[in-house]
Design a protein around this ligand. Structure first.
Ligand SMILES: C[C@H](O)[C@H](O)[C@H]1CNC2=NC(N)=NC(=O)C2=N1
Length: 101
């Protein structure tokens, strides 16, 4: 089972994750992605969903038109683990391919 990261490790991991920040009021990280339109937002979600399924690690996310709000935490560990950092990195890579840095 993935180990919960300390506040210090979480903060240094966030420094490598453009656009991501701590979620106020809970041990989690979050980012809002804004795409060109709904089609690209949903395309992002489709691709990220495949990565999540493959890693058995799933996001908490909400899509409104061209925005996707994402919160990542490892429920089993009660905080942020490497799994969340890796999924955030993968999401940033997918977004970059869609022109969103
Ligand atoms: C049994 C299965 O491995 C677990 O329920 C997985 C599924 N996806 C998950 N996703 C997230 N974000 N946290 C978890 O603890 C988690 N656990």
């Amino acid at each position: 089972m993935a180990e919960r990261l300390s506040a210090e490790t979480r903060k240094s991991a966030l420094a490598e994750l453009p656009g991501w920040s701590e979620t106020p009021g809970r041990e989690a990280i979050g980012r809002t992605f804004t795409f060109r339109d709904f089609n690209e937002a949903f395309g992002f979600m489709s691709r990220a969903a495949l990565v999540a399924e493959k890693s058995d690690h799933h996001p908490e996310w909400k899509n409104v038109y061209k925005t996707v709000d994402v919160v990542l935490a490892t429920h089993d560990a009660g905080g942020v683990t490497r799994l969340d950092i890796d999924l955030a990195k993968a999401m940033n890579a997918i977004a970059r391919q869609l022109g969103v840095t």
